[in-house]
Design a protein around this ligand. Structure first.
Ligand SMILES: [Zn+2]
Ligand SMILES: [Zn+2]
Length: 364
């Protein structure tokens, strides 16, 4: 193992029981084995999935250190790391998946453009922050294949929220594979994912329509000045949105809907609103996974040929491309930062639902 001098213990925010605060603890620094690397964490974002996990609705792996979107500096390498790709002192961003995939299952062997034996869809892969420890600690062990180099001028605080919220929305646009000028709706456009989706979508050349239903998140989305058309779902019905977009009066017909809609909130109302915006043959994209699921209209699927897809990011090529794109086009999360010791204050702020991204900055 290559390494640079490190202390033997570190501070970490540990979740010991569901629906309780994180506990700031002093614990040993993990030692990277196999293809793992150790990062000195620079910044770590709080994602909706962290809140779902902390409420006990996902795996039962406790105690656990959260955050699956973080950025830091490589400070130690496991013995099997490919040093042509990863070296000490590199600045990298990391997403939660795929931590130690099995390397031999069908997914790992049929992984498209990924490294041989590596797939985010491996059923045995771990997920940092959920089944293994994530970024709310001073040093974190990650799989050397789940990171991407951070391009200048992105800082750690810029990068951390891109690693899940940015990566997910960027991957959603990639999956839609629409021609430039296509019309795309973002339901929940002022949230952590939504406000990044607006920026990525506009910079990718699409016509964006943002929908939200809270004063704070609508303000945040409008203040970005991306050029996207932003609507308040409380005041504007889907047919009014379409009529306005098309410059006409009254009810727009189905052919004049949007080419794709990203449905970000865990809400049936948001899902239905998004489907009503879609044109015939349009694409509905879901990224959230409410316990009760979503109800969809079989008639929309049959008579309007609406397609429904889900997004789990994890393609290495998309991750590297997403960071380069964000650096080049100035895509940045609206962030509010906290020191590691104040993580519970961050969580309290998160539940106010004010939009943007909340990030632990290790420099504070
Ligand atoms: Zn996430
Ligand atoms: Zn596998």
């Amino acid at each position: 193992m290559s390494t640079i001098p490190l202390p033997s213990t570190m501070q970490a925010q540990v979740l010991h029981a569901f629906n309780t605060p994180y506990t700031l603890s002093n614990i040993p620094i993990p030692i990277p084995t196999q293809k793992d690397i150790l990062l000195r964490v620079g910044a770590a974002g709080f994602c909706h999935t962290d809140a779902v996990f902390a409420s006990g609705l996902m795996s039962q792996n406790l105690p656990r250190i959260g955050s699956h979107e973080f950025a830091g500096t490589v400070v130690a390498l496991g013995p099997d790391v490919d040093t042509s790709r990863i070296q000490l002192e590199m600045r990298v961003g990391s997403f939660g998946r795929a931590y130690r995939p099995c390397g031999s299952c069908w997914e790992c062997r049929n992984n498209g453009d990924e490294e041989e034996g590596y797939s985010a869809f491996c059923p045995k892969a771990g997920n940092l922050g959920l089944t293994a420890d994530g970024g709310f600690e001073e040093f974190v062990c990650v799989d050397s294949r789940q990171v991407a180099p951070i391009p200048e001028p992105l800082s750690f605080v810029d990068t951390a929220p891109l690693m899940c919220a940015g990566y997910t929305t960027y991957s959603a646009f990639k999956k839609c594979d629409l021609p430039a000028g296509a019309r795309v709706g973002v339901i929940g456009c002022g949230g952590g994912l939504g406000h990044l989706a607006l920026q990525f979508g506009v910079k990718m050349g699409y016509q964006l329509v943002g929908i939200d239903n809270q004063d704070a998140t609508l303000r945040l989305a409008r203040d970005l000045n991306t050029g996207a058309a932003i609507y308040d779902a409380r005041a504007t019905q889907p047919e009014e949105v379409l009529a306005h977009i098309h410059g006409g009066e009254g009810k727009a017909d189905a052919e004049r809907g949007l080419d794709a809609v990203l449905i970000l909130p865990e809400s049936q109302k948001a899902f239905d609103y998004g489907f009503q915006l879609l044109r015939n043959h349009g694409l509905g994209v879901v990224v959230s996974f409410p316990a009760q699921g979503f109800n969809f209209s079989a008639r929309d699927m049959v008579f309007r040929q609406i397609q429904l897809v889900g997004i789990l990011p994890g393609r290495q090529s998309n991750m590297r491309e997403m960071l380069r794109f964000a650096a080049e086009h100035g895509v940045r999360a609206v962030t509010k930062t906290y020191p590691l010791a104040k993580l519970n204050d961050l969580v309290e702020e998160y539940h106010k639902g004010l939009g943007g991204k909340l990030v632990v900055d290790m420099a504070l």
